[in-house]
Design a protein around this ligand. Structure first.
Ligand code: SF4
Length: 361
C-alpha cells in the first residue's frame, strides 16, 4: 500500500438478511465489491441518492458494521474484524460525525460532560482539571465560548450542536473523521459555516475527512476526490474537477443535471427519471440499465467493471463509457435557481476565507 493511503477498501461487501432470525427476510445487498483508497489529509466524498448504500459503506469503513466479504485497511492494519482493545484504539483514531445534531447528543449531559466523555476513555491519564481545560480548548477550536461547557444541548441552535458534535469527535485526537451528511439537517445559512469549520480543522490539524452527502453543491466545494455510488456499487470515482466537469458515467451526468435550474432550462438537460430499484432485487448486469438513456441489451448481461479513463485515476464502471462523452459545457456549472445560487455564493464566500458569523442560541 502506498504510504500516503490512510484508508483502503478491497472487495467490500455487506448483505443483510438471509441468516439467523432473519432467514426468511429478503437478502439485501447493501454494498457490493467496493474498492477505494483515501489519501492522508484529503477530503474524500461519497455521493449518491438515498438508498444507494453510502451510509452502510461509511459504517463499514468505520468498523461500526462487520463486512460480509472484503477487507478494510486503516493506517496499514486490517480492521475488518477488529474487536476488543483493537476496536477501542480504532475509535480513538477514527471518529464519526452524525447527520442529526439534535438526536446525537445526550440531552441529560452538559456539553462539558459530552466532550469530556471520550477524553475519559482515550486519555485516562488526564486529571479532572486537565480534562476541563482540554474541553475549553476544544470548544474554542470549533468556535464556541469555553463557558458553554456548563450548558445543555437543548440550549443551542442546530449549527452549534453540530459544532459540539465535531468537538466531541476531535476530543480523542483522531487521524480520520467520517461525516454522514454532516450538514444536511442544518439551515442553508448555517451549512457553509460548518463546512468552513471542517475545512479549517482538516487543514490545521492534518485531518483526513470522508464526507457522505447527497447534496452535490456541498461536495463540489469541499472535496478533493469524489466517489459516486449507485445501488451499492461505485460507478465513477475521480478528482472533484473530473467528476463534476468531465463526468463520464450516465448516472453522474444525470445527478449533476438534477441540480436545480431556472424554469425552462430543465428540458435542455438530461434528467434523472424513475425510482432506484430495490437492493433486495437489483437489476441484472449494470444496475442502472433500467434508468439509463444509453442502455443496450448488452448492459443487462454483465456487471461493468471500473475502467481507468485518465492518468490521475478517474475511473468509470460503464460498458459504453467510451461512446458517452462528457456533456458539452459541463466545465461551466449549469445555470442555477436563485436559492441554489445563494447557497453556492455562501460556499464560495466561506471557502474564500470570508469572516464567519457564528449564530447565537
Ligand atoms: Fe448505461 Fe449501459 Fe453504461 Fe449501464 S453500462 S450506465 S446501462 S450505458
Amino acid at each position: 500500500m502506498s504510504t500516503d493511503v490512510i484508508l483502503k477498501a478491497e472487495g467490500l461487501t455487506k448483505r443483510f438478511g438471509g441468516g439467523g432470525f432473519l432467514a426468511k427476510a429478503p437478502v439485501v445487498q447493501a454494498v457490493s465489491d467496493i474498492a477505494l483508497e483515501v489519501r492522508r489529509g484529503e477530503t474524500f466524498a461519497i455521493v449518491g441518492e438515498s438508498g444507494c448504500g453510502k451510509s452502510t459503506l461509511a459504517r463499514l469503513l468505520m468498523r461500526l458494521l462487520e463486512p460480509t466479504a472484503g477487507q478494510v485497511t486503516f493506517d496499514g492494519q486490517d480492521i475488518s474484524h477488529v474487536a476488543g482493545a483493537g476496536l477501542t484504539r480504532l475509535r480513538r483514531d477514527m471518529q464519526f460525525i452524525f447527520q442529526d445534531p439534535f438526536s446525537s447528543l445526550n440531552p441529560r449531559m452538559t456539553v462539558g460532560k459530552l466532550i469530556g466523555e471520550p477524553l475519559e476513555v482515550h486519555a485516562p491519564e488526564l486529571t479532572a482539571h486537565e480534562r476541563r481545560r482540554k474541553v475549553a480548548e476544544l470548544l474554542q477550536q470549533v468556535g464556541l465560548p469555553a463557558e458553554h461547557a456548563n450548558r445543555y444541548p437543548h440550549e443551542f441552535s442546530g449549527g452549534q450542536r453540530q459544532r459540539i458534535g465535531i468537538a466531541r469527535a476531535l476530543a480523542s485526537g483522531p487521524k480520520l473523521i467520517i461525516g454522514d451528511e454532516p450538514v444536511s439537517a442544518l439551515d442553508v445559512s448555517v451549512q457553509a459555516q460548518v463546512i468552513n469549520l471542517l475545512g479549517d480543522l482538516s487543514r490545521d490539524l492534518g485531518l483526513t475527512l470522508v464526507i457522505i452527502a447527497h447534496d452535490l453543491g456541498v461536495i463540489r466545494h469541499m472535496s478533493d476526490r469524489v466517489a459516486v455510488m449507485y445501488l451499492g456499487r461505485i460507478v465513477e470515482m475521480g478528482t472533484a474537477a473530473e467528476v463534476f466537469d468531465q463526468p463520464r458515467h450516465p448516472y453522474t451526468q444525470a445527478l449533476l443535471a438534477s441540480i436545480p435550474a431556472p424554469r425552462g432550462a430543465e428540458e435542455a438537460r438530461p434528467q434523472l427519471t424513475g425510482e432506484m430499484p430495490s437492493p433486495s432485487a437489483p437489476p441484472s448486469g449494470c444496475a442502472f440499465h433500467t434508468r439509463c438513456p444509453h442502455a443496450t441489451p448488452a448492459c443487462s448481461a454483465a456487471i461493468p467493471a471500473p475502467v481507468r479513463v485518465s492518468d490521475s485515476g478517474h475511473s468509470v464502471a460503464c460498458h459504453r463509457w467510451a461512446d458517452i462523452p462528457a456533456p458539452e459545457g459541463q466545465a461551466t456549472p449549469p445555470a442555477r435557481s436563485e436559492q441554489a445560487e445563494a447557497r453556492f455564493a455562501l460556499y464560495r464566500a466561506a471557502l474564500a476565507g470570508a469572516e464567519v458569523q457564528y449564530a447565537e442560541p
